[in-house]
Design a protein around this ligand. Structure first.
Ligand code: V1P
Ligand code: CA
Ligand code: ZN
Length: 391
């Protein structure tokens, strides 16, 4: 078929329901579910479907969502609509507003992206997949009883809970430019989940994720020290990020020795993102996936999406990362038959290339505020923290 042979090694599964891409948060809202349409078109355009199992995922059930979320929050989420929101009240209580608007089909949207994470977890649990991908998931800010930062249902927490039925330890790694606060908080009283987030910190949403935020401090809390945070500033570059990521993530994997890893691949850490302020290129972002994959010979690996507010670059990154999972390399020139190819052409949109130079765009580059000393201190600090949890 198409001349593409299945590369050796990993069984990769891709979980997606195209119904998710038609939802709209509102015209001026930065979260654009149609970035998933672009991602899918690139993945298909490069023929990556021939190197993995693709599944149309099912919506999660209300009962499944109750494994993490509170009943009254779910009652509210499932019944509120743009038409009845005036009468419903409680918008403030559940943190609905500009970041988390009430939009048409919101409940279906939530069940769809969460369902894909449940399906991905099930394939890993049954060992039909070694790596399972859900680009529509990764909504790391959602809390048990509250929406937050464009996230309503925390599909990551649900997927980790599912994997904890077969694995004693799960590591969560988060390269979204924002702090993975919802996942951190959900698990910070257990020593069965270690969370590690890299993010911009300082006058930036959600405001948590300082270096010394390591879980509630108490000798009775087994989860104390199980939250690792790597707070960063504007403008971090490819080399600095790769160096930091491999050293810290490598040490976390070695110390914690998890049976499964969930990697949140938020693409708002790329250069040129509408909200993010890092200078990373697609290949440096993808290096994080390559690195984690290289440590997963005997571990389950789930990849989820997350943020990413310049849709063409989100699609590039997640298509590239899909190719990393299946072990294929992609030619730089985007195939001519890709639908919506115009989204990737022209000087502003990356000249029809898969790997345009995102970090050096003269008007979008952010000054790099990291000193050698700061990055060194960050690594040292994580090593010190990891010494507390040596088994
Ligand atoms: O900064 C804030 C809140 C609103 N203020 C009261 C503080 N919100 C951010 C939320 C960012 C969410 C990121 C989600 C993710 O980690 C995972 C999917 O990527 C925010 C921003 C901003 N520049 O940080 N909201 C908005 N921009 C926004 C802009 C236009 C319309 C609606 C929201
Ligand atoms: Ca992060
Ligand atoms: Zn983000």
């Amino acid at each position: 078929e198409n001349g593409i042979e299945r590369p050796t090694g990993y069984n990769v599964s891709f979980h997606y329901n195209p119904k998710v891409e038609g939802h709209h948060f509102g015209r001026s809202h930065p979260m654009k579910p149609w970035r998933l349409t672009l991602t899918k078109q690139l993945v298909l355009g490069y023929g990556l479907q021939y190197a993995m199992d693709t599944y149309v995922s099912r919506p999660a059930s209300r009962q499944e969502l109750e494994i993490f979320h509170g009943k009254s929050y779910l009652n509210f989420l499932s019944s509120i609509t743009p038409e009845n929101m005036e009468q419903m009240g409680d918008l403030g209580r559940f943190n609905f507003g500009d970041d988390c608007p009430v939009f048409d089909g919101m409940w279906d949207y939530c069940r769809l992206y969460a369902g894909a994470s449940f399906d991905a977890a099930a394939k890993l649990i049954s060992k039909q997949s070694d790596i399972a991908i859900n680009w529509s998931g990764g909504l790391h800010h959602a809390k048990k009883n509250e929406a937050s930062g464009f996230c309503y249902i925390n599909d990551i927490v649900l997927a980790i809970q599912a994997m904890l039925t077969v694995e004693s330890r799960v590591l969560y790694v988060d390269i979204d430019v924002h702090h993975g606060d919802g996942v951190e908080q959900a698990f910070w009283s257990t020593d069965r989940v270690m969370t590690l987030s890299y993010h911009k910190f300082g006058d930036f949403f959600p405001g948590t994720g300082a270096m010394d935020e390591t879980g509630p401090e108490s000798i009775e809390n087994p989860g104390w020290k199980m939250a690792l945070n790597v707070p960063l500033h504007d403008g971090i570059d490819d080399e600095q990020y790769r160096d930091l990521f491999s050293e810290i993530t490598g040490a976390a994997i070695e110390t914690f020795n998890p049976g499964a890893i969930v990697l949140q691949c938020g693409a708002d850490s790329l250069g040129g993102d509408r909200l993010g302020k890092f200078n990373l290129n697609i290949r440096a972002h993808g290096y994080c996936i390559e690195f984690v994959k290289s440590k997963c010979h005997n571990r389950r690996l789930m990849l989820v999406g997350g943020g990413g507010y310049t849709p063409r670059n989100v699609a590039r990154a997640w298509c590239h990362e899909t190719s990393v999972c299946v072990g294929a390399s992609l030619k730089n020139h985007i195939p001519g038959h890709v639908p919506y190819r115009q989204a990737f052409t022209g000087e502003e949109n990356g000249d029809g290339l898969m790997y345009p130079d995102l970090a050096n765009h003269p008007s979008k580059r952010h000054p790099n505020l990291h000193s050698k000393e700061y990055l060194q201190m960050m690594k040292q600090n994580i090593h010190t923290q990891l010494r507390f949890i040596q088994n």
